[in-house]
Design a protein around this ligand. Structure first.
Ligand code: HEM
Length: 200
């Protein structure tokens, strides 16, 4: 249980911080997410978070994925090759038994995989745009047997909180703030996270 708490808490909190930061900076994305919520809650006749309403929040989910693409909180992890493993991106082969450091952020910022990688655009994760992408082009939760067991819970809890914030507040940037990234066990900021929330 302690492992779950330690592994999950920081990563989810950092993702929430950055999702709100990116939403503050990208007002059109925020408005599109709000329209999605309006449609879902109108159809349901209630603003309650249920498994049904959460499942329908496709654009909010795409926003979480785009946050994790640009800012994967676990920015390095180590993998050991069980068998000789040819790399997709080159002619190199990782021999069985060798350990490699994987950097999801490097993969996520590759313009061959994600054109204009510094632009925050949740549409990259629409079903149509994701269909042709290599499964290992998006790896914020790792991959293989040791991939994060908390990923579904993490996405669900982030969708719940982010949609509540979008529904209740206009999220605005603090123009004087720029995050200073600190590269530790997880990728955090040295100067907190500053945004403005205005009640809708
Ligand atoms: C946005 C949130 C999260 C991110 C980005 C994240 C990311 C990761 C990554 C990259 C790994 C290493 C995977 C690998 O080596 O292939 C990992 C492992 C792990 N995560 Fe998460 N995680 C998140 C949330 C959570 C939550 C909510 C929980 C628990 C409720 C959790 C529990 C764990 C555990 C127990 C491991 C170790 C798995 C093992 O070694 O077999 N994580 N996570």
């Amino acid at each position: 249980m302690l492992t779950f708490l330690l592994a999950g808490f920081d990563s989810s909190a950092i993702t929430l911080q950055f999702a709100l930061y990116f939403l503050a900076k990208n007002i059109l994305v925020q408005e599109k997410a709000l329209r999605e919520l309006q449609n879902i809650f109108d159809a349901a006749g209630s603003t309650a978070m249920t498994s049904d309403t959460l499942q329908r929040m496709q654009y909010v989910e795409m926003t979480v994925y785009e946050t994790l693409r640009m800012h994967p909180p676990v920015f390095l992890y180590i993998k050991k090759a069980g068998v000789d493993t040819p790399l997709v991106s080159s002619d190199l082969v990782v021999p069985a038994g060798a350990s490699v450091i994987v950097s999801p952020r490097t993969v996520h910022m590759d313009p061959k995989l994600y054109p204009d990688p510094h632009v925050f655009d949740p549409e990259r994760f629409s079903p149509a745009n994701s269909a042709e992408r290599h499964p290992l082009a998006f790896i914020p939760f790792g991959a293989g047997k040791r991939a994060c067991p908390g990923r579904k819970y993490a996405i669900l809890s982030l969708k719940t909180v982010i949609s509540k914030v979008i529904w209740n507040f206009r999220i605005l940037p603090d123009e004087t703030y720029e995050p200073e990234l600190l590269w530790g066990l997880t990728m955090v900021t040295a100067n907190g996270m500053r945004i403005k929330l205005l009640k809708r």
